[in-house]
Write a protein that binds this ligand. Sequence first.
Ligand code: PLP
Length: 497
Amino acid sequence: MNNILYKSTRGLEKDIEASKAILKGLAEDGGLFVPETIPSFDIPLDDMINMTYQELAYEIMKLYFTDFTEEELKDCINKAYDSKFDTSEIAPLVKKDNVYYLELFHGSTIAFKDMALSILPHLMTTAAKKNNIENEIVILTATSGDTGKAALAGFADVKDTKIIVFYPKEGVSDIQERQMITQKGDNTFVIGIQGNFDDAQNGVKDILNDINLRKIMRDTGYQFSSANSINIGRLVPQIVYYVYAYAQLVKNGDIKIKDKINAVVPTGNFGNILAAYYAKQMGLPINRLICASNDNKVLFDFFKSGTYDKNRPFVLTSSPSMDILISSNLERLIYLLTDESSEKTKELMESLSKAGAYSIDPKMKEKVTDFYGQYSTEEETAHTIKKVFDTTDYLIDPHTAVGVSVYHKYVKETSDETKTVVASTASPYKFTRSVMLSLDEAYNEKTDFELIDIMHEKSNVAIPQAIEDIRHAEVLHKRVCDYTEMKDVVKDILKLV
Ligand SMILES: *Cc1c(COP(=O)(O)O)cnc(C)c1O
């Protein structure tokens, strides 16, 4: 099997083994780790049709994590994709009204982040063992709401790790916040920041890139890593479910093998859709990658004009996990579009951090035709939730609704009849208030937990354990800081001087 090594998109680091790239999270030059080449499938698609999720996960991950042994990798996979998921299918595909919903919210925190964050802690502890790491690993995470809880759940009480999560105090749903601040585990730390997700993500990158702090950490017996989707250990596990969805479509007779499909992905940090793009590069027959944004439509503008410009108001929406103006994973696509020029990538990213904007040249823009960008306004999103429920009795969350709304615009514009999978990224129970208000504004009178019970009656979908768990849970994390104080808070938690 080909040995795959990783390099930074900004050129400083290369020939890095997968386990080391996972441990580091972010490259030392501020770039993101990418495989030297994106591997192709090494077995025919036909052979994947009847595989279980776990078997398929192994077939994909072994192509990327080549310095893990078969035993190590299978062990990580089996520990991750087990009864924590409420269905043995792990990622079921549900057809409603000509749309195939790939339900990615059956894990323990009921959002798609579980798909990768249930395996990342195992990959990381295995990688630490392989590399004889004696330091305690400190996971730093910025969250727009869902990564935080999924990472906390994954790393809670994992030996020789600590996890510190920063979330925008005013920028997440009540249920998302409750899930995080009731997190148990002596090694967990949750801090609300005065600032938005971009501030949190920049703060984390800033801490990870602080050379002085890195040295102090080493001397104290710590090292940082990241659970954000900049970690290659999150990106790769996300490729699996696109292949799995394709296999389900073939198995159910909805498509013939080699037929193309479209994938619609509600997008924030560009991690989920990038995984779909990697799947396409590996050989999965994908026609268009439909990038769905909410009112923070920086990616829509980028695909349309070739200019990425974050200089605009940050809008708080009903799909908070997509309230992002700096989509970090786009750097990995930019790198490919520059024909893997780390100089050019670095130049564009420096322009982003200095001027808040960059433009790609026409030659690069020609290559983004795989992607179609569109957005959904708040009104359209709410209307979509209601329409889908009224016509199919199927209740979707606001993020998924952004995807469906965008998909309808795409069909109207292109008349493309290709079978289409929409990544359904969260359970409606995680965003109960906005979902119920989309159905009827009169629900505004009710409390969150009353709304949960009403949602249950109306939808007939069982209330997830994740929701029952927080009903009476005690609040354990009350710390709040300004986004400019994040580094000090980390030093305080780790008792660094
Ligand atoms: C994180 C998240 C997204 C956005 O995914 P990215 O990989 O950041 O683009 C969409 N929906 C939900 C529910 C999420 O938690």
